[in-house]
Design a protein around this ligand. Sequence first.
Ligand code: NAD
Length: 486
Amino acid sequence: MKAVSPVVPNYVDGRWIESISTECLEVINPATREQLAIVKPAAKAEVDEAVRAAKRAFTQWRQTPPIVRARYFFKLRELLERDFEEISQILTSENGKTIAEARGSVRRGIENVEVACGVPSLMQGANLEDVASGVDCEVVRQPLGVFSCITPFNFPAMVPLWFFPLAVACGNTFVVKPSEQTPMSQKKIFELVDEVGFPPGVINLINGAGDAARALIANPDVVGISFVGSSKIAESVYREASAKGKRVQALGGAKNFVVVMPDCDLDKSVANLIDSIYGCAGERCLAASIVLTVGDIHEPLKRKLVEAAKKLKIGNGLSESVTLGPVISQKHKERVISYIEQGIKDGAALVLDGRKPQVAGNLRGFFLGPSVFDNVTPEMTISREEIFGPVACLMKVNDIDEALRVIQQGEYGNATSIFTQSGKAVRKFKYEAGISMIGVNIGVPAPMAFFMFGGAKRSFFGDLKAYGRDGIEFYTDKRIIISRWF
Ligand code: NAD
């Protein structure tokens, strides 16, 4: 008899609670199609209860000295290190990415906790004596109340860690709403939150999909939202939450261009491109999607890229030798295939077809092999829309000016990279691309936790980016006090 799958519970007010909802969403291992768990999407009343718990906890928590708040995160960091491998394996099972990729993203998540440990220094304000005769001025940062994050399926362990550690270390309280497709690594991380012993209500977890997210946005006691997901939803979250007077940072989708100049180190550039295009099965907001080859580099690059792509080993990411895992679901696999079909219809040349891949171990999962399109032009659908799968589009351009024109016309502005030995080309590229995260001979320009993360154009709605100093700004308000003593 098939084992009954465990329901992923919510964590509210320091207690694990199973949702009362009668709806069930399956959590599926994308490599094996095995059912891992069930999500019962939280009803509005349950979301509101989590927000009430967070609001109740706020008064005491904001009065807890920052150094004491930081110590909770030192402890959380230790527990995340202790269970690093277990979290990475859960992540691979729920999302499909390879175990090396999972470890990399958990590491990036822990780095955000490490930054949050520095909050007593990071949160400091400023002051100046004698702004007028006998008058002093000081600026202090204060937390604002209950914040929430709504996060995507592709980095389920890491992305919530971009937000709640810094927000909570700043003295706010928090509700996390992970993707309904990949709730398992957050469940594990919240077991550690529980083990740390944060006061009840300081950090809460609500499972569910769009309705649970909308209930958080609608709740008047939620003062700010950190959203990460597709652009259409990011834009609607931005509009709705900001219209209600909330702070919002909404990180959206991407369509990233990479420029390869004729003077690049070809072998190293191709190795970087393979990781950027096919890493995490292309389900990465920093994934290279369109490779703009400048001049004569086109043919040699195409040959080497196809050769290297053919060497990727497709299979269950839990096996150390696998280098390309499945995409998240059957629906998503069909979506990627429909883009490949559209590309063929629009006249691009499919020089490597990944639609029917050879999979190690004969697994039934949602696998796609690497695909490469040549002769791609800017007006094609595959050039304009986010595919979010293991598909490369090669577009030949004459010079860097033409490459920059194509990039500037793109709707998205998350990331871009250039591969070259020329400082002059790099300077022009950085200056003119108009994209927020730029790599120079780096295919995945992922900023570290002590900088900030976020795009431009339709890849980002808001002004303060995720984490780093922008995170401190986002999660605190600056209060200015002008004093005279008679
Ligand atoms: P998605 O937009 O479908 O879902 C993201 C989150 O929004 C989920 O938690 C989902 O439950 C919730 N949601 C669904 N409907 C909603 C609604 N109507 N209102 C509010 N919330 C709602 O995204 P996904 O498929 O999980 O993730 C992939 C997308 O995320 C890609 O577009 C990718 O580029 C993007 N992404 C962006 C970044 C970035 O930093 N810019 C990082 C990772 C992923």
